[in-house]
Design a protein around this ligand. Sequence first.
Ligand SMILES: NC(=O)C1=CN([C@@H]2O[C@H](COP(=O)(O)OP(=O)(O)OC[C@H]3O[C@@H](n4cnc5c(N)ncnc54)[C@H](OP(=O)(O)O)[C@@H]3O)[C@@H](O)[C@H]2O)[C@@H](O)CC1
Ligand SMILES: Nc1ncnc2c1ncn2[C@@H]1O[C@H](COP(=O)(O)OP(=O)(O)O)[C@@H](O)[C@H]1O
Ligand SMILES: [K+]
Length: 515
Amino acid sequence: MRSAYSVDTVRNAERELMARLPEGALMQRAAAGLAAACADVLGRVYGSRVVLLVGSGDNGGDALYAGARLARRGAGVTAVLLAPERTHAAGLAALRRAGGRVVRAGRGAGDGRAAAGDQGGVAGRASGGGRPGGEGRAGGGGGDVDVEGLVERADLVVDGIVGIGGKDGLRPEAVPLAAAAGRSRGAVVAVDLPSGVDPGTGEVRGVAVRADLTVTFGTHKPGLLIDPAREYAGSVRLVDIGLELPAEPELEALQHADVARLLPVPRAESDKYRRGVVGIAAGSARYPGAAVLAVSGALRGGAGAVRYVGPAGDAVIARFPETLVSDRGPKHAGRVQAWVVGPGAGDDAATVGEVLAADVPVLVDADGLRLADAEAVRSRRAPTLLTPHAGEAAALLGVERREVEEGRLAAVRELAARYGATVLLKGSTTLVADSGGGAVRVNATGTSWLATAGSGDVLSGLAGSLLAAGLSAVDAGSVGAYVHGLAGRLAADGAPVGAHDVAAAIPEAWRNVLA
Ligand SMILES: NC(=O)C1=CN([C@@H]2O[C@H](COP(=O)(O)OP(=O)(O)OC[C@H]3O[C@@H](n4cnc5c(N)ncnc54)[C@H](OP(=O)(O)O)[C@@H]3O)[C@@H](O)[C@H]2O)[C@@H](O)CC1
Ligand SMILES: Nc1ncnc2c1ncn2[C@@H]1O[C@H](COP(=O)(O)OP(=O)(O)O)[C@@H](O)[C@H]1O
Ligand SMILES: [K+]
């Protein structure tokens, strides 16, 4: 399991650990891990050109110490200071001792120029001590330095503008540097977090640094796992700095081993009923395909049998003759261990109501979300799993879709609390929240090729089948999203796919997890 903790929790753990360690020890651990990752990215450190973007906090301190380590190994390191008078003093001194050079970021945001480093008090002057890659003085003694050019031509850009102290997006003076990093021909390594993203929520307001690699310390931060910020982080490397963290994280992301433990596997004593029967109440005369797709997911989800009720029985049987079909409504369909209701349901509120009245786990998707009576959901005793995409979640919350997309964590928690249900919020990262609070599960196994009509129907069948097989709502939702995402990836393999291809790839994803 990969976990992420809130900024407050990280700060508390950091305080406790720092009290027991010599001054600066924690930052040295962070910097050592950061420098090692940078060296891996560079391949050859000696003679390489490294530019550090240095903000006014400890994030900049990490970058400076790591830069000093790289300079000692023969890299030409230039630190660009955003706030020279407030730069981490000891880190700056270490970089200077190692022969790094120092320039200050230009005041005129966007003009592409920077004043030489001889104007800014403690941070203004680079020391001598020439190492490969620079004579240690910015701008040749008072001339302007083309900072953006430096960034663009670097082999490696280290983003130490801001880390967990960041809020409200990048400040204007940092924006040109983030943009230059985006144009750089070298790799961009973010320190702890890509600067400009919200550490705790994954929101991105305005410009943020786009990294190839983020080296994060102690634990993942929520912003590294949730879109849109996750996309800015590139791949993420966790450096253990010895933080002791509480048992319950804010976010958790299942890994292959976790999913393998949760997937239902039949034993010798299993029969189709013991494996669980899932009922699918979906489709309409107008949308028979939604029924077919939900059934296609359910048949590959681990239940022993799939019952279908609704007006699309002929289409379902034609495609999947193993389905038990009935058109007499959920109440008369025979026993099931879980229901899926809603995909392509049109305006059939009666069926949704009937399913919600059943005392078994229920997954509500698509039209079902609009048709479900909130009070009927809240008063259910058996588990309920709601699976909206951002638009559906926005409608349920009565807010703009953009608000959900920008603040996915808050939205999924709010919905779960309002409905007293487990909520799976679909998207490029899928979030699953329980009504009782606790860690939110996040899944990123998917691919943007999954943004294709009907792939959500496949997911609802799959997750419903897992519910019928006995998984809790949180497990069924998060395991379903994991396998569905992986199936999408395997099916697409870099090319467009239809939802039926995704369903067909579920067994391969399943084998991949269990291998
Ligand atoms: N926790 C740990 O275990 C460890 C933490 N470590 C490291 O410490 C980092 C946290 O350091 P931190 O607390 O000094 O905050 P940080 O992220 O540098 O930002 C604050 C500074 O940035 C500024 N600033 C704020 N917003 C901004 C914006 N939008 N755009 C531009 N600037 C902005 C803000 O300025 P001010 O508001 O004061 O004017 C303030 O000066 C953490 O991420 C990790 O790298 C490791 O060394 C060891 C273990
Ligand atoms: N950009 C994306 N990256 C990864 N997965 C995505 C992306 N966009 C959509 N998905 C996934 O594809 C599925 C789409 O479901 P949904 O929006 O309900 O579509 P539909 O209603 O057409 O079935 C969800 O599982 C969602 O998480
Ligand atoms: K950063």
